[in-house]
Design a protein around this ligand. Structure first.
Ligand code: SF4
Length: 61
């Protein structure tokens, strides 16, 4: 299982708040584009899934 961005829910019109929430800095964002998860760094803590105000981070099987 891994977290993934649901692009239909992410408006990507703001600085993603999850960048600061991720404990291992696995989320980056190019200005106001969609946030990107570095799967080599992600430890699957699911913090971003719980924290995203838009519910745009989901757990994929
Ligand atoms: S699951 Fe945890 S480690 Fe992975 S991107 Fe989300 S907050 Fe970061």
């Amino acid at each position: 299982m891994a977290v993934a961005l649901d692009k239909t829910k992410c408006p990507h019109d703001h600085v993603c708040p999850l960048i600061r929430i991720c404990p291992v800095n696995a989320i980056t964002q190019n200005t106001e584009d969609y946030p990107v998860i570095d799967y080599d760094t992600c430890i699957n803590c699911n913090k971003c899934v719980k924290y995203c105000p838009m519910g745009a981070m989901v757990i994929k099987e």
